[in-house]
Design a protein around this ligand. Structure first.
Ligand SMILES: Cc1ncc(COP(=O)(O)O)c(C=O)c1O
Length: 405
């Protein structure tokens, strides 16, 4: 990849004093075309889709339909109606968790490295008598497929749902979701994948994975905030009870009841985020010019420079496998006796290096280990260059060496 040319498309990176932006697992930056498309929506056709029949309204409806089609094609789905636009991945997962007609005694299986968004919605189902089981990972945080298969067998016909993170935001470790989906299906479960950290960084094809449902968000894949996606097989989505019903979701309603529209409308209650959908289309158009596998390789390359540069420092431990290749673009670092928040602030103050410090919404994992302060996480995207990685290594090394004295 020509990283220098690629970077020029991102206004936040072009100034000589721009940061070494390594907080991409939280949110990526936006290319010029995404910013322009959001501006264009508000200045040229600031209207609503699926309702008004004037020119502006029709233009927005067309944008929504095109974006749905492009999104379907981006993840290998054939039917654009299976793409539901949501505000974020958390909303998508909640729509699944609270849309299914549960039976008392049903069991959901997740892993022990889930983001709170793929944990709390399932925990909330305890009030309906639904039990959550978690699969303990290997000591290096890789997925224990044998343990998973044993739990599926143990649960037997009570198993209703398997919901796994594809790539963890804690450590960048990828779960073998294709094998896990096959095992889960053999045990009769519905398979939901949290793709918040995979769809933005890897080629993701729902047919290849073999899952039934996939949730992710657009702010981690060059697009606007306030946009998420729930993809699901038509027959599953069509049976989900909307968690947000009302305007746009019904064919008819009166004092005695209502009838729901077909997907996607039945699951997209209220006026849509049309500026966000316009920005999403621009992000998909931008991404369609690149090979996602090349993005993944570039992120591993950056992670490798970071990991090799800091791994022998005192009081420092990288979470997950030693090889950066097994952690994608994420280097998540435990600090012994050094405050992670202070280290994060110092990185910015010393050399404008932007990272994330804390629990990264993976409280479960840190609680299991008894680590209160969390970790310091550097996470790459394809626009990060060697210079960004070296800035991180130099500043971080200086901080650790000074604070370890
Ligand atoms: C793995 C994972 N799942 C879910 C989420 C939640 O995404 P959102 O903020 O779009 O709800 C995140 C966000 O960081 C994440 O990394």
């Amino acid at each position: 990849m020509d990283i220098a040319a690629f970077r020029k498309r991102f206004p936040a990176l072009v100034d000589s004093d721009s940061p070494a932006y390594l907080d991409n697992a939280c949110m990526t930056l936006r290319p010029d075309s995404v910013i322009a498309s959001i501006n264009q929506y508000y200045s040229l056709n600031p209207s609503c889709g699926g309702r008004s029949v004037h020119r502006w309204g029709l233009s927005v409806s067309q944008t929504v339909a095109r974006t749905r089609k492009k999104m379907a094609s981006h993840i290998g789905a054939e039917n654009p109606s299976e793409i539901i636009f949501t505000p974020n991945a958390t909303h998508s997962i909640n729509q699944v968790a609270h849309g299914i007609n549960w039976r008392e005694g049903d069991v959901v299986i997740t892993s022990d490295r889930e983001h709170n968004s793929n944990l709390v919605p399932w925990l909330k189902l305890a009030e309906l008598g639904v039990e959550l089981r978690t699969v303990k990972s290997h000591d290096d945080n890789t997925f224990d497929i044998e343990n998973f298969e044993n739990i599926c067998a143990e649960v037997g016909n009570k198993l209703r749902m398997v919901s796994l993170v594809h790539v963890g935001n804690l450590d960048g470790v990828e779960i073998p979701v294709k094998t896990a989906s096959k095992i889960a299906h053999d045990h009769g479960a519905i398979v939901h994948i949290d793709g918040a950290q995979s769809v933005p960084h890897l080629p993701v094809d729902i047919t290849d994975i073999g899952c039934d449902l996939l949730s992710f968000c657009i702010h981690k894949m060059l697009g606007p905030t306030g946009m998420g996606v729930l993809w699901g097989k038509e027959h599953i989505l069509s049976e989900l009870e909307p968690i947000c019903a009302g305007g746009g979701t019904v064919t008819d309603a009166d004092k005695s009841g209502y009838s729901l529209k077909e997907i996607p409308s039945r699951l997209e209650g209220g006026l849509g985020h049309y500026a966000g959908i316009s920005g999403t289309e621009a992000a998909l158009d931008f991404l369609s010019n690149y090979d996602m596998q090349k993005f993944a390789e570039q992120e591993i390359r950056i992670n490798n420079i970071i990991s090799e540069g800091i791994k022998n420092l005192p009081n420092v431990e990288i979470i997950g496998p030693e090889s950066a290749r097994e952690r994608g673009g994420i280097c998540s670092i435990l600090l012994d006796g050094i405050d992670v928040q202070n280290a994060g602030i110092l990185l910015d103050e010393m050399d404008s290096v932007f990272v994330r410090s804390g629990l990264h919404c993976v409280n479960q994992w840190f609680n299991d280990k008894g680590i209160e302060q969390g970790s310091l996480r550097a996470s790459a995207y394809a626009y990060n260059n060697d210079e960004d990685a070296k800035r991180f290594v130099d500043s971080f090394s200086e901080i650790i060496e000074t604070l370890s004295r």
